[in-house]
Design a protein around this ligand. Sequence first.
Ligand SMILES: Cc1ncc(COP(=O)(O)O)c(C=O)c1O
Length: 443
Amino acid sequence: MNQDTLLSVEDKVISNALKIRFYPISVASAFGTRLMDAAGVSYLDLSAGWAVAGIGYGNPRIAHQLKQQYESLSFTSQLTIPEKNMVGLAQKLIEIMPGSFEKKVWFGHSGSDANDCVFKLLPLARNRSRMVSFMGSYHGQTMGSLSLSGHPAQAKFIGSGNVLKVPYPNPYRPPFGETTALTSQVIQYIENEVFRTVCPPEDTAGLIVEGIQSDGGLVVPPDDFLPELQKLCQRYQISLIFDEVKVGMGRTGKWFSFDHFDLTPDAVVLGKSLGAGLPISAVVARKELLDTGSGVHMFTASGNPICSMAAWENIAILEEERLIENAAENGAYFLQMLGELQQKYEWIGDVRGRGLAIGVELVENRSTKAPAAEKTAAVCYRCFELGLIVFYVGIHSNVIEITPPLTISKQEIDLAVSILDQAFKDLESNSIDMEKVKQYAGW
Ligand SMILES: Cc1ncc(COP(=O)(O)O)c(C=O)c1O
C-alpha cells in the first residue's frame, strides 16, 4: 500500500476518537531518532511518538530480549500466575523511586489506566473522598483519568465530581496576573480559598501534579513551587502524586522531573517510555496506598512478561548508555540554540524546558502575548515538509513540543534548529500553504 492509499483507507476505517493529526504522514519503519515513510523519505523525530520512544526506535538489545522472551514464555496472566520479569521490574522501580518507606508497584498498559489506579485506590486507602489536580493537566482519557485532567482535550466529558481543579503556576501566563510571588499566590489560593470552601483538606485524599505540564504547554513551574506544594500536602496529610508519564524516565536529565528538587512523593505514575514502545504503565507508591483490597484494579495482561522484559531492559539501557546524562547535556544545548533562534523571530515568545522536555511558545506579539495557534500549526507543518517531526501542545495550541529520543546528538539538534529556522523564515515570507495546514486540526 502506498502512503496515499494507506492514509485514505485509514481515514475510512479508524475511529476519529483515536486521532490528532498535524500533517499527512504514515510510517513504514523507524530506527534511532529517525522515521521512514512508505516512499522512503526519512524524518528526524522530535516527538519520539509523544515521548514513548525515549531510548529511540528499534533498539537491538530490546529486540533480542523480546524474541527470546516470546520463545520461552509468551504470556502469563500475572494476576494469577506471576513470573520473574514483572517482579524484578517492580523491585527496580522501587529502588529508583526515592523514599525509604515500604513501597509497592501496580502495573497497567497506559498512562490513563495508571492514573485511574490512583483515582480509584487513593480515596479508598485514605478514607477521604476528594482529589485535587491542576487546570491544564493531562492525566489520560479513561473516565477516571479524565476526571483528574484539566486539559481542553477532555473538556467534552464531565467526569467524576470529586476532583477540584486549581490553577497551575505558569510563569509566562501567571493565572492571577503578573506577580513576583507566583508560588505563594497559588499555594495560598489552594490553602486559603479552596481548602476553606469547596474542598476540605480532611476529606482530601491526594493531590496529583505534573512536574512539568506537558500537554498543557510544556509549562515549567517556578523552582520553589513543587517543594512548597509538598509542604502544603504534608501540613494536611494529603498524599502527593507525581504524574511522570511523559517527563519521567530520564527525560529531564534525572530519573524523574521532581528529582531536580528534594522531594519524596507518596506515589509516582509512569507510562509511555517505560516500555520502550511496548504498552506498560506503573504506579509506584507507598505500600498502604496500593494495598486497599484484593483484585480491585486488575487488567488481564497487566505486567505481562513481554512488556515487563522491555521495561527492564529499557532501564538497563538508560543506565548503561548514560542516556539520562545525555538528556541533561544535550537538552541544555538544545535550549541554548532555541534561545538564539528566539532572538531572530518576534513570534517566539518563550523558550523553556528541562533536559529534553522543551517548549517553544508562539505569540502574535511579545507584549500582548496573544497565542499564535495558526502560526504554530504552520511551522509544524513546514517542518514536516522539510523532514522534521514536531507537534504542538498547550491549552492555546501554540507551543511546539520538543521531546526527542534521549539518544539525540548535538549534530541532530543543529539540524533540527536549522529546519525550524527555515520554517520560521518561510512563515515570515508567507510561503507556507495555509490551505494545506488548515486541513489538519491538530488539537
Ligand atoms: C502526563 C500524562 N499523563 C498521562 C497520559 C496518558 O497516557 P496514555 O495516553 O498512555 O493513556 C499522558 C498522555 O499524553 C500524559 O502526558
